[in-house]
Design a protein around this ligand. Structure first.
Ligand code: B12
Ligand code: SF4
Length: 533
């Protein structure tokens, strides 16, 4: 086989299980998005991908993927997969907190295969640390994996580092690995054979380090690709998650493919417009999302006929909150009548101003809204871009209004909280008490997700703090325990200008969370059923 590929989402924790109350999934959706075009080439037996270990059913293809959470727990599984597939191409996706995990995975692969494997790193962390400035120069944040290798803060374990859209560039890298395999050239030599690569479509930068530790980069000049022709991840890799909120249905991650970010620009957020760029092809977004929803229903019916289908829309804001696009989605779903429940995200102010649209969405299967409340009073932490109607009513009252609206429409509501923005500890506790009250009044409120703000590199929009991210964000067992019910959280990487979290306070929140909402008890039951919430 010319290409023997494996793809892994690097872990965010050094050890320990992720908390039972943490939003999670079995499917590495980000990697699926990145790898879908290469999988499509394999499925259609095109080029060297037609001579790869992905020329198999999507179920078998899925087995070459691994979503890791804890290095200690998941490394043995990763090692077994390496032994089984003997890859000559390893694709590693990493968020910023996962960088130490990505280095550890790459190191393991290099120990096992040396130059007979090409290790490629991509994903959100590289996107935010290697970027083009307005004058067209390529910049490296102190956390850029290329810069870290050049400055010897990490070992030289990545043969290529990719920033940007993975779809086409991964396909091209695979083609080169396939041709090297045929010519009996080590895949780790790939940087000498990238002459054709600039023509590959998409917004991307590929870089590597040479023998004298100098950084080299190539930027894509192939132009934008048409998102209407992208294959659906669900068709390429299937579905293996069950989100608790969709009562036992299998749940796919779907996406409208209109860019990797948001229309808003909240300062703390990795999805903010000023980092991710403007939305793309929004006029056809509803049709693409509909197609992915339809594919989900079909794939689940084909692969798992004893399950019914559900999906979560991973757009930062579903169809950017565009009335035209949302109405179009309602129309398409009303015509087709899929046996599918789905959920997605809208902001508090959008929900209040789109009650009729939300009602129509409910009539075509929209069953769950995930809302970022974050804090008690946005003004006290410097304000949020999404807090549009701040002059009309308090954030708290508007959030409550959302709960009233969704309860009346019988739509379930998940709420995301974010601490570490500069709020007082007292306001955190007040917020939790408020949520306890809401949970008693509005039975639709589930889950409540806790996060502690992490300073992301944000293409240098990080207040100049310039973290390197080479150390685990949460390192000791007492901190791992205290943050057990949090999604993203760290001790080492507080927002620029904020103090690190205080152990006693975090413990108090975690205990509160478990006791007041009984979430841990329910979640343990869900986990026993192999479900995730
Ligand atoms: C689905 C999702 C998940 C899923 C699946 C994660 C996975 N590894 O696939 C779950 C729920 C498990 C998850 C967990 C986490 N997530 Co998450 N997640 C998302 C979400 C909602 C969608 C991702 C997506 O598909 N986006 C659309 C695609 C097109 O964009 P993309 O992800 O950037 O992928 C493109 C490129 O980055 C590139 N690419 C991606 N991987 C690779 C790999 C290679 C080799 C290459 C070359 C290219 C490449 O190609 C893709 C297609 O163009 C995003 C928010 C969002 N709306 O994007 C957050 C987001 C990516 N997650 C985030 C975080 C922080 C996490 C956690 C660390 C949280 C935690 N619990 O600690 C964990 C990490 C778990 C892990 N081991 O990966 C942050 C990342 C911020 C950052 N700078 O690090 C985001 C941006 C949310 C946010 N606003 O903070 N997540
Ligand atoms: S609205 Fe949400 S996704 Fe968009 S920038 Fe603000 S916090 Fe991030």
């Amino acid at each position: 086989m010319a290409i023997r590929v494996m793809a892994v989402a690097a872990p965010e924790l050094p050890e320990g299980k992720i908390g039972v109350g943490v939003l999670s999934s079995n499917d590495p959706a980000s990697l699926f998005n990145a790898c879908r075009y290469a999988a499509f080439l394999a499925e259609n037996e095109i080029g060297f991908w037609g001579e790869s270990n992905w020329v198999v059913s999507r179920k078998e293809r899925r087995e070459t993927f691994l979503l890791m959470h804890s290095l200690k727990d998941d490394l043995p599984i990763f090692e077994k997969l390496l032994e089984k597939f003997q890859p000559n191409l390893l694709l590693i996706g990493a968020m910023s907190l996962c960088l130490p995990g990505a280095v550890a995975c790459a190191k393991k692969a290099k120990e096992m295969f040396g130059d007979e494997i090409c290790v490629v790193l991509g994903g959100r962390h590289t996107n935010e640390t290697i970027y083009t400035t307005q004058d067209g120069t390529i910049k490296h944040h102190p956390g850029s994996p290329l810069r870290l290798m050049a400055e010897e803060h990490i070992d030289q374990v990545f043969d290529l580092v990719v920033s940007g859209e993975g779809e086409y560039i991964i396909a091209s890298i695979g083609e080169i690995v396939g041709s090297l395999d045929q010519r009996k050239i080590s895949p780790a030599e790939i940087s000498n054979y990238l002459q054709e690569i600039p023509q590959t479509p998409g917004r991307w930068i590929v870089g590597w380090i040479d023998d004298v530790k100098e950084i080299h980069t190539i930027e894509g000049r192939g132009g934008q690709f048409d998102r209407n022709y992208l294959p659906s991840p669900v068709e390429m890799f299937g579905v293996s998650s069950v989100f608790d909120i969709f009562s036992g249905r299998l749940t796919a991650h779907v996406f409208s493919d209109s860019g990797s970010g948001c229309v808003y620009d909240c300062a703390f957020c990795s999805e903010r417009r000023s980092v991710t760029g403007s939305l793309i092809q929004l006029d056809t977004a509803a049709d693409r999302l509909f197609r992915q929803l339809k594919n989900t229903a079909n794939v689940i019916q084909q692969d798992s006929p004893s399950f019914r289908a559900s999906a979560f829309v991973e757009d930062s804001i579903m169809l950017a909150g565009s009335n035209t696009a949302l109405n179009r989605l309602v129309r398409l779903l009303a015509e087709e009548k899929l046996d599918l429940l789905f959920g997605g995200q809208l902001t508090i102010d959008q929900i209040i101003s789109k009650v009729e649209i939300v009602k129509n969405l409910k009539s075509v299967g929209f069953d769950y809204l995930f809302v970022g409340m974050e804090t008690l009073e946005p003004k006290s932490v410097g304000g949020f871009s999404k807090d549009i109607k701040f002059s009309e009513e308090s954030w708290l009252r508007r959030t409550e209004k959302v709960l009233e609206i969704l309860a009346s429409l019988e739509i379930q509501c998940g709420l995301s909280l974010l601490f570490g923005l500069g709020e007082t500890h007292d306001s955190r506790i007040r917020l939790l008490y408020q949520i306890k009250k809401w949970r008693e009044s509005y039975r639709i409120l589930n889950p409540v997700a806790l996060n502690w703000a992490v300073q992301h590199p944000l293409k240098g929009n990080d207040g100049g703090i310039g973290y390197r991210y080479t150390e685990w964000g949460i390192f000791s067992s007492s901190w791992l325990e205290a943050f057990r019910d949090f999604g993203e959280a760290s001790v080492l990487y507080p927002l620029s200008g904020q103090k690190p979290p205080i152990l006693k306070e975090v413990k108090e929140i975690t205990d509160f969370y478990g006791e007041l909402f009984g979430i841990r008890k329910n979640a343990i039951m869900n986990q026993k059923k192999g479900e995730v919430i």
